[in-house]
Design a protein around this ligand. Sequence first.
Ligand code: BG6
Length: 511
Amino acid sequence: MTAAINPLRSPGDRRLPRVPEPCALVVFSVTGDLARKKLIPAVYDLANRGLLPPGFVLLGFARRDWGDGDFEQVARTAAQKGARTEWRESTWRRLEDAIKFLPGSFDDDAAFDTLAQTLTDLDATHGTGGNAAFYLSIPPTAFPVVLKQMQRTGMAEDVVGAGGAWRRVVVEKPFGHDLASSRELNRLVDDVFTAASVFRIDHYLGKETVQNLLALRFANTLFEPIWNSHFVDSVQITMAEDVGIGSRAGFYEETGAARDVLQNHLLQLLALTAMEEPVGFDAESLRTEKKKVLGALTPPKDLARYAVRGQYDQGWLAGQRVVGYRSEEGVDPASRTETYAAVRLEVETRRWAGVPFYLRTGKRLPRRVTEIAVLFHKAPILPFSKTDTEELGANQLVVRVQPDEGVTLRFGSKVPGTTMEVRDVSMDFQYGEAFTEASPEAYERLLLDVLVGDASLFPTNEEVEQSWRVIDPIEQHWQDGGEPHLYRSGEWGPKAADEMLAADGRTWRRP
Ligand code: BG6
């Protein structure tokens, strides 16, 4: 029997390359880290793969005394450094003429008037059709002024009628600081742009392995029947980084690990792990299912036990001595900002009732690894001797998001020999071995989605608000008292995080 494919569920053949209509991509704060490390290389990779239309322009906006040529040089270096695809001078030469720069600050009316006019002119000079996507890679405090400028100049509005043009906006996280400020931010954005033209980016959703979670769950028969509380004991979602905060003290001091990663990347991973099957992979259907999970999430009832924060102390990493967070440049020596957060959440649905979801993230941990581990109940009876099963753990299915992309299944197997000793073994699927195709970088995939107008991988404002609803009480609890637990750089977080699991009779997986 073949699987039924509902034509309504498969909108178009996704194997065909999606090439956007002619357009301009306007990047605000184009001199920042994100633009240099991710956005410009992603534009180059798209061009290199032939996925940009002929009438494409990259327009940088920043407070620099630069001309087009200066920006082109900076962009070239950034692309050469950060691109995933091979360097081709011919690709860059085609792109070169499409790289423009506009100097200006956010409160500079004249600069925004020029920008609005430039968008119209680019249609005549480069054939952009007047279409434009604005990438707001700007500090949260700059949102109101930039949005007001866009509204004042009318550049946020789609051009209707014959020869109409679209306008879209990409909003980078953090979406606000808490529920109240994210509501305010959403209100501001919705005042200026229509809901369909707002793309809130969470780059984790652009990762190949994160999308594979959907394939794993919904393209196979094997996993879905056991994907519930009858079989699953608990879920552990880990996003560990070995790096410290680098030069981002200003941002990080205001943000901390829970707002930086837990509120967005980890809750989105949780939503994809726990959601019901969507009726299709269009934006509406996917977002509906994720929203239901986020709406059913409850903050930990016992915050003192189930919300642990930590801060890295000095230590050793990869043979190098590294300083503690409070000694990082730009950090308050008495800072209470957390660089590690671990929480236990529950999804109050029939499928997941009673299954704890443990989430943790931290900087300066032993290595960079992101994974979703589904841990299954132990067998109710083991017809083996106790010594034969001493090294048998719980069955686990681990989606390895990065860097060693793939899936691992862990289960017990007989140790060769004359006894019935059973020990855990792993069965591995590795992306690098199974496929010859290389994964695009998350930003490349998501930028393309913005330009073709596909919003499926972008969270809605309701999802963002639901996530803050869960995080706010945790932040409040931490703010009300105490200090973060210190952990040595190069170790797996503070002891309190281990105690949190020990209290439930469990331990963290060592990824
Ligand atoms: C960002 C956070 O969203 O994700 C950073 O702001 C973090 O603090 C980064 O380092 C990690 O992204 P990735 O794709 O390297 O796991």
